[in-house]
Design a protein around this ligand. Structure first.
Ligand code: GLN
Length: 457
């Protein structure tokens, strides 16, 4: 049963919101000690909210799109009265003083927020190992990283601790853990989802977005949270509609033109490429036309992304000076956050000569032009999401090896285009993800493709 069907059961009172929430709370109790996906859970409030929704349904009152569904939220998105720490000691005592726009919208649609989920410190990572609150285990491949930085939100879905969850994606932080945990994750076109209330990593690159176990869940969450937000300057006026888009998608492949970029497969492990190619063959059997393409600037993507990330992150962290709230960030943060602050500060100082940042912006334009040029001729690009399998917990990687996980995901952030990840198969039981990237504002088309692919057996 998919998430939209489940939400209908709740609305018809065939399943109560209370039963739904209680069963997830039980799973969290049983599994969270080991997995560490959730950082804070408010049981009593969730139960009270569920009871209220059930009462309204019984009385025949209209309830929202997310009525009775259980939701986890990455702990860098403000929720009133939850600790919003961004998994850093800097903010370990910061109590959310307001709701981010996406949280207001979830509440308006009667979604039930169970709690906050684990992540890399300030979302700066690809493994969830840099959290001040300990690592998250991968429920689909125990003993390995869940990916990151939204590792807790992906693991919560994989471990069936909630129906839906939210993450943030600056350079892949939704798609990467979705890939490693074998679930679905989606980053929208820049500006489609309000960033208001998100603790920034790098504001020109990031979007809040959903995780789910099926495409209907991705569509339902987006349908609830997208839309213009007058409180946020990067928010777009006209946003796509997601209502009902995953229904009747069995023939979606017919007439679709899918681009396969050779270089995206060349950088990936052979076994990962093979699994994704097999899926593409299936899509072709179902009526899609597949064309081979070439992308010139793959080598530029990681340096360009990280340079911009360092500079924007450095600027975003200046408010954590210990005066207004929290501790002074440099005094308590972990190595990766400190590295970004130092390099970001250095680059900003050198900027009068346009030495680095200006060059990175030029490279960003080239990358954007190249990828949107490729997309002009096709409906979507299909590739692996992450070029290698998740490493074992406890294995230590040097920063460049950690960054290498992101080579296929940062492009969508640099270009502001929509991209989703879903499971393509497994290697020795470890999930492998497939990424779909599309034209700006073609978000719904990508999710429909994901709905089509999930029907392939
Ligand atoms: N791994 C990337 C980084 O460390 C992406 C992080 C993210 O998307 N939040 O910056």
């Amino acid at each position: 049963m998919n998430i939209i069907d489940k939400s209908k059961l709740i609305k018809n009172h065939e399943l109560t919101a209370l039963e739904n929430v209680e069963s997830y709370l039980k799973t969290i109790k049983n599994k969270n000690n080991k997995i560490n996906a959730f950082l804070e859970v408010k049981e009593d409030e969730a139960i009270q909210q569920a009871e209220k929704i059930d009462k309204r349904i019984k009385k025949g009152e209209k309830v929202g799109k997310l009525a009775g569904l259980a939701i986890g939220v990455k702990t860098n998105i403000n929720i009133e009265d939850f600790i919003i720490s961004a998994a850093s000691k800097t903010l370990e005592n910061y109590n959310g003083s307001y709701n981010a726009t996406v949280i207001d919208r979830i509440k308006a649609e009667d979604g039930i927020i169970l709690g906050t989920t684990n992540m890399d410190e300030f979302a700066a990572g690809s493994s969830t190992e840099t959290s001040y609150f300990g690592v998250t285990d991968n429920p689909a491949a125990p003993g390995r990283i869940p990916g990151g930085s939204s590792g807790g939100s992906a693991a919560a879905i994989a471990a069936e601790m909630c129906d839906l969850s939210l993450g943030s994606d600056t350079g892949g932080s939704i798609r990467n853990p979705a890939s490693h945990c074998g679930v679905m994750g989606f980053k929208s076109t820049y500006g489609v989802v309000s960033r208001q209330g998100l603790l920034d990593l790098a504001m020109s690159l990031e979007q809040i977005g959903p995780f789910a176990n099926d495409a209907s869940g991705i569509a339902l969450m987006l349908d609830s949270i997208v839309g213009y937000d007058p409180r946020e300057c990067t928010s777009l006026k006209d946003t796509p509609s997601f209502e009902g888009i995953t229904e009747n998608t069995q023939d979606i492949m017919k007439g679709m033109k899918l681009g396969v970029v050779k270089e995206f497969f060349d950088v990936s492990d052979d076994k990962i490429s093979k699994i994704v190619e097999e899926r593409i063959d299936k899509m072709a059997e179902m009526g899609a036309e597949v064309v081979e393409l070439s992308f010139k600037y793959l080598d530029l993507c990681i340096p360009t992304y990280y340079l911009i990330n360092y500079v924007e992150f450095f600027s975003a962290t200046r408010k954590y000076d210990g005066r207004k709230y929290g501790y002074r960030i440099e005094e308590v943060c972990g190595d990766e956050v400190l590295r970004r602050i130092h390099i970001g500060s250095y680059i900003s100082q050198k900027e009068y000569s346009g030495k680095y940042y200006k060059k990175a912006l030029q490279a960003r334009s080239l990358i954007r032009r190249e990828i949107t040029g490729l997309l002009d001729g096709v409906d979507a690009l299909i590739s692996p999401t992450v070029p290698k399998l998740p490493h074992k917990l406890g294995e230590s990687l040097d920063p460049m090896d950690m960054y290498a996980y992101d080579v296929l995901t940062v492009i969508a952030n640099l270009a502001g285009i929509p991209a989703g990840s879903m499971k393509a198969g497994e290697i020795d039981g470890i999930p492998v993800g497939l990424q779909i990237q599309g034209k700006p504002l073609d978000d719904a088309k990508i999710i429909q493709l994901m709905a089509g692919i999930e029907q392939i057996q």
